[in-house]
Design a protein around this ligand. Structure first.
Ligand code: SF4
Ligand code: FES
Length: 369
């Protein structure tokens, strides 16, 4: 059995943004009882012992946790490489300097579009100017900067402008990642899925920029699953390389797996080592023994591991089926139909009004520390 390389620590699902493509779960009330600082300390120590080298601090918005500096300091002491994945809201100069002193290695900021009005509309809150200020602060403090843009029908035509912005902000890395359809994004899928011509144009722009900026900026472009012939090897294979710890201590092979009808595993009741090596949850889709045809007899079964279990469940109601994204899947028609619909319409659909964390209930207060 391989050891996990990366841990995605979802510190909280609270967030000041309300993105319609958010992939976090909709049942936020189930995650309000967040792990304490002491519990995170134990989780990080157990993760390091298990072989984890990279820690991705995410959410929601991880800066909503008042103990973020303490968590980073603990990770640094354990020798983990730390990456903060943030909307930038809540990163004051004082807090950034504290995180720098605590040893934070890398910052990734989400950007919604290249222009203020479009970006704020997609984020569901005024945030664009603040994101730019924080990106400049990140560079000033000497961190490597990644910008992450989730692409969809309403911003994919702005890839050229997004590239200009990334250059202006001197980002080392730009991730152009098409929306994954879980959580709110699944609900809003039909309004978010781009057309083939939009994708082709965006890909051509990204390809040319990758050539032009070689050695200066790394550009990652991730095609939407729905337009692929084969699925991607989701998470590098179930329980192979990565694990996720949700805000309430649930441990998952991937961030979307809460939705699957599988036994739960939690750091509140078991050790991370037991969960990784022996829990029924992590064993369920590890390797290839669980596969049915066409995957079981397919030459690509150890390349893509039958695709994404969460997507198979979402689209067919059975997590053990071949990912319908694969053109060999008997359920591929479900995906083909969604793609046809996205290409029938010539006018962009209205941007969805709902998404991300709720706008009520005090979920989105930005800590003043
Ligand atoms: Fe991958 Fe299964 Fe499709 Fe083969 S049939 S390419 S293993 S998803
Ligand atoms: Fe869960 Fe792909 S997102 S297996």
């Amino acid at each position: 059995m391989t050891r996990p390389f990366g841990l995605l620590a979802e510190l909280t699902y609270r967030c000041p943004l309300h993105c319609a493509y958010c992939s976090n779960p909709l049942n936020l009330a189930d995650y309000r009882d967040e792990l304490t600082t002491a519990e995170w300390r134990r989780v990080l120590a157990e993760a390091r012992e298990l072989g984890v080298l990279q820690l991705h601090l995410s959410g929601g918005e991880p800066l909503q946790r008042r103990d973020i500096v303490e968590i980073v300091r603990c990770a640094t002491e354990l020798g983990l490489y730390t990456n903060l994945i943030t909307s930038a809201l809540g990163l004051s100069r004082r807090r950034a300097e504290q995180l720098r002193a605590a040893g934070l290695d890398h910052v990734q900021i989400s950007i919604q579009a290249d222009l203020p009005a479009a970006s704020d509309r997609i984020a569901g809150t005024p945030s664009f100017q603040r994101k730019l200020e924080v990106a400049r602060l990140v560079k000033e403090l000497g961190w490597p900067l990644t910008l992450n843009v989730v692409l969809h029908r309403h911003n994919i035509d702005s890839v050229a402008g997004i590239l200009r912005l990334a250059e202006e902000l001197r980002a080392e890395r730009l991730e152009l990642a098409n929306t994954q359809y879980y959580g709110w994004a699944w609900r809003n899928r039909d309004a978010l899925l781009p057309s083939r011509s939009q994708l082709d144009r965006a890909e051509a722009v990204a390809r040319a920029a990758r050539e032009r900026l070689k050695g200066r900026m790394e550009i990652i472009y991730v095609r939407p699953d729905y337009y692929g012939q084969y699925p991607k090897p989701c998470m590098g294979g179930w329980g192979q390389r990565q694990l996720t710890v949700a805000p309430n201590g649930d441990v998952l092979p991937c961030p979307a797996a809460q939705a699957l009808p599988l036994p739960h595993a939690s750091v509140r009741t078991d050790t991370l080592a037991w969960i990784w090596t022996q829990s029924p949850l992590f064993q369920r889709f590890r390797g290839t023994h669980w596969m049915v045809d066409p995957c079981q007899s397919c030459a690509r079964r150890e390349i893509d591991f039958g695709g994404c279990r969460c997507q198979a469940f979402q689209l067919t109601g059975d997590a053990a089926r071949t990912d319908p994204v694969c053109h060999l899947s008997p359920d591929h028609g479900i995906v083909a139909e969604a793609v046809q619909a996205a290409n029938r319409e010539t006018r962009p659909r209205t941007y969805p009004a709902e998404g991300g964390t709720t706008r009520s209930g005090g979920q989105d207060q930005i800590p003043d520390c």
